[in-house]
Design a protein around this ligand. Structure first.
Ligand SMILES: [Zn+2]
Ligand SMILES: [Zn+2]
Ligand SMILES: [Zn+2]
Length: 94
């Protein structure tokens, strides 16, 4: 079956990018980043695969937290590393 992510139960953090302007891991190492992503399981901010350090993907590899979302302004897409699937969620489910 394609087109379905089976990991939505891990999504605990749907917050947008309000107040998010840095990748903490890049700050710690004095590096820079391109775009920012949030781990939806634990809420950690990481940087995208166009960034030199790819902290969002590194976080997935280290923790197996499957889903990130973009916290760039106006972007609401999610990405599941396990299913390699991009999708959007309704902002208010109830
Ligand atoms: Zn999934
Ligand atoms: Zn980073
Ligand atoms: Zn996480």
């Amino acid at each position: 079956m394609t087109g379905t992510c089976t990991h939505l139960g891990t999504v605990h953090h749907r917050e947008d990018g309000t107040g998010v302007d840095a990748c903490p891991a890049c700050i710690a190492m004095g590096s820079h980043w391109s775009h920012l992503r949030r781990c939806t399981e634990c809420g950690q901010i990481g940087c995208c695969d166009n960034s030199p350090n790819r902290h969002a993907t590194a976080h997935y590899r280290a923790t197996k937290h499957p889903i990130i979302r973009s916290v760039e302004p106006g972007e609401e897409w999610y990405w599941c590393y396990v299913d390699e699937l991009a999708f959007e969620l309704a902002d208010r489910a109830h």
